[in-house]
Structure formats: structure tokens, C-alpha cells
Design a binder for this molecule. Sequence first.
Ligand SMILES: C[S@@+](CC[C@H](N)C(=O)[O-])C[C@H]1O[C@@H](n2cnc3c(N)ncnc32)[C@H](O)[C@@H]1O
Length: 208
Amino acid sequence: MIVNELVTGYLASLAHDIPPELEKLRVWAREEHVPIIRDDMLEFIRFLLLKEKPKTILEIGTAVGFSALFMHSVLPEAQITTVEKVEMRLREARKNLAGSGIELLEGDALEVLGKLDGTYDLIFLDAAKGQYGNFLPDCKRLLAPGGLMLTDNVLLEGSIAKSRFGVERRDRTIHERMREFLHELTHTDGYVTVIVPVGDGAALTYKQ
Ligand SMILES: C[S@@+](CC[C@H](N)C(=O)[O-])C[C@H]1O[C@@H](n2cnc3c(N)ncnc32)[C@H](O)[C@@H]1O
């Protein structure tokens, strides 16, 4: 947890309710240890959607469809496409997304994104953290000028701030890759990025 529990708890007390069917899915996902976005991130996304009103949204990392359904509940008119590669997750996602109008693309995002054209007003990157750098060229290509990319889990529970020698040996690769990713995001001409300690850290990137 990046922000202490007292503050997170207080912020949660200000959060909006989510529709009952989503609440059920949230409880189920937690029981089944399916990783889904944290409550403070939901509020952040709600704000972005209501302010920006993106017409097209691309999510990378569906899991069981919780965040895609949440975005749909906030902005039903947006056209949402979401990508997932793990069969166990896809089985649930197919059921949960059926009839919602959300497009589920099945396969490794590294391949799926390469086949997409057109642009998206909002890209929500919430997949394997170690691969974010590999997704970046396609995300830049697919992001509409003026569009926003929101990347979740970029602060690695705060360990991103430690030196490479301060993190466990097994976490060094992901630590190094995330640092490279954040450096590129914050130092690429034509893009403006702010990193905020919401959830497990979110990078919000604006394509000028
Ligand atoms: C943190 S979960 C997504 C949670 C979801 N956005 C939510 O909040 O409800 C990350 C998901 O990304 C998927 N994933 C990881 N790497 C991927 C890849 N290369 N292509 C497609 N999906 C991937 C994982 O299988 C996992 O289900």
C-alpha cells in the first residue's frame, strides 16, 4: 500500500456505490483471488470518464471483466474493447461480458494490438507489468491525439523508489523494466505524463 491505511480508508468512505451486479462480481473476484482494480482507482477512472467522455476505450488486461463493466456502467455510450489472453480468465470474462456490448479480444495483447488500427480516446493498460514497455509502441500508435492512457500498478507497492539493490533479487527485472517504462513515458516528446499514488500507482499520459 503506497498511501497509508487510514487515508485509504477515509477516501473509501467517500467513494460512490457501484451497481449491485458489479458489487457481486467484486466480492467474487476477491474471494477467488482474481486481481481487479482497487477501489481508489475506480474513483479515479470514474472521474476521468465523466470528465473526458471518451468515445472509444481500449483496455489491455480484462481479467474477468470487472473494470470493463465498471467503465461501461459509468459511460454506457463508450465503445469498449478489452484484451485478455489467459483461458481461465477468459471463461469468466465471456460470461460476464455477454450482452454488454463490450468487445472481448482473445489472445496475447502483444499480437492482438498489432492487428488493431484506428485510434482510441482512452487506453487503460492493466496487464503484465513486466511487459508494459513492449506494449508501449502499439499504445502510442493506437492512442488518439488528445487521448489519455492510464497505466495501473506502476509504483510496485512503492518498491519502484528503491535502488535496484534494495529490492529482492527475483523482483529486479520487473523493477528495472518499470523504471525504463516510466522514464520513457515521462521523457517522450509529444506526450505528457503524471504519476499519481492512487491504487498501486497510476501513470496518466496525455498525447498532445
Ligand atoms: C490486473 S489483471 C486485470 C484486471 C482488470 N483490468 C480489472 O480491474 O478488472 C491483469 C490481466 O492481464 C492479463 N494479461 C497479462 N498479460 C497479458 C497479455 N500479454 N495479453 C493479454 N492479457 C494479458 C492477465 O491474464 C490478467 O487477467
